[in-house]
Design a protein around this ligand. Sequence first.
Ligand code: NAP
Ligand code: ZN
Ligand code: ZN
Length: 350
Amino acid sequence: MPNVNAYAAPSATEPLGPLQIERREPGPKDVQIDIAYCGICHSDIHFCRGEWGAIPYPAIPGHEITGTVAAVGSEVTKHRVGDRVGVGCMVDSCRECANCARGEEQYCLPGNTQTYGSTGPDGRPTYGGYSSQIVVDEDFVLRIPDGLSLEEAAPLLCAGVTTWSPLRHWNAGPGQQVAVVGLGGLGHMAVKLAAALGAEVTVLSQSLRKRDDGLRLGAKHYYATSDKATFKELAGRFDLIVNTVSAPIDINAFLRLLKTDGTLVNVGAPPEPLPVQVFWLNFQRRSFAGSGIGSIRETQEMLDFCAEHGIAADIEVIGAQQINEAWERVLASDVRYRFVIDIATLDEKT
Ligand code: NAP
Ligand code: ZN
Ligand code: ZN
């Protein structure tokens, strides 16, 4: 296969820049995808900057991938050349463990193969979607329904399914009070999806700066966590709180906002611990849980749900040359609500 254009982090501290990489030749079960768009997830930044631990460089992030099928292996049955497809955070799993057997390959016991930061079947590091082509086993390739544009669908592959999965697991729906902490990439999808599932949604953001957006996205209430009165007023209010914040927050303040038997599910992944004062759990039989991405089945279900309900991500499309600037804006909580890279610009001279 010809070399593929990519944008790579050369180290934890240097800006990303262009790089040519090789992809494996498609095997019998592989789908070769021309990437059209890739969303920028905060995980890309945590990972490339070594915040979750040391990684090999160069690193090529990106796990919110959409594009079209360029070629398929001889045994591929699920996808055809020209199909509009997506790839999320995983590109393979063991397929044999108890979790894979029940269709929860995101929790594959020996560990799934991540789109970037894992080792691929060819023994080389996996490289993500900040690149013009990718080769993926057909079972880990999603169908993008006709009603969704490729650019607006891209963030659904991580931000969408990562919030969909816990909302479904904890039965968000009519009669439920759901709070979303942090209105960024994941947060804005959590608001849209929880509202579409019929829950009454409250946004808990650092300030009221994005209030109008939050209400437009489907929230009924919007509070600033910088205001102490918020925590008094909302005590005992929620059945489910989805914490999407990328930095450590005082989790105990939020646990007190749960009803009896309520759950605070953490999807944010700051490297620092979040200390819990157990009294706030014991006191009302509350739960503090975590959730990681979602299964392939759930991802397809979420994509189909979005197409049916006219839901997609709110995006700002950028060129490859703006990736470093976009990362700085993500870090400054200045994103409305997902940057999506137009991968055609990878071919332009920088
Ligand atoms: P993002 O777009 O940067 O959004 C994070 C939001 O958190 C910000 O918009 C901001 O919202 C709030 N925030 C940021 N810093 C804060 C601080 N110091 N104190 C309080 N609030 C703060 O990030 P994202 O792409 O949605 O990702 C969010 C987190 O989820 C990241 O840690 C990412 O790695 C993780 N993640 C986890 C999974 C999983 O499988 N569990 C999957 C994808 C991503 P406001 O301005 O509204 O306060
Ligand atoms: Zn992500
Ligand atoms: Zn497995």
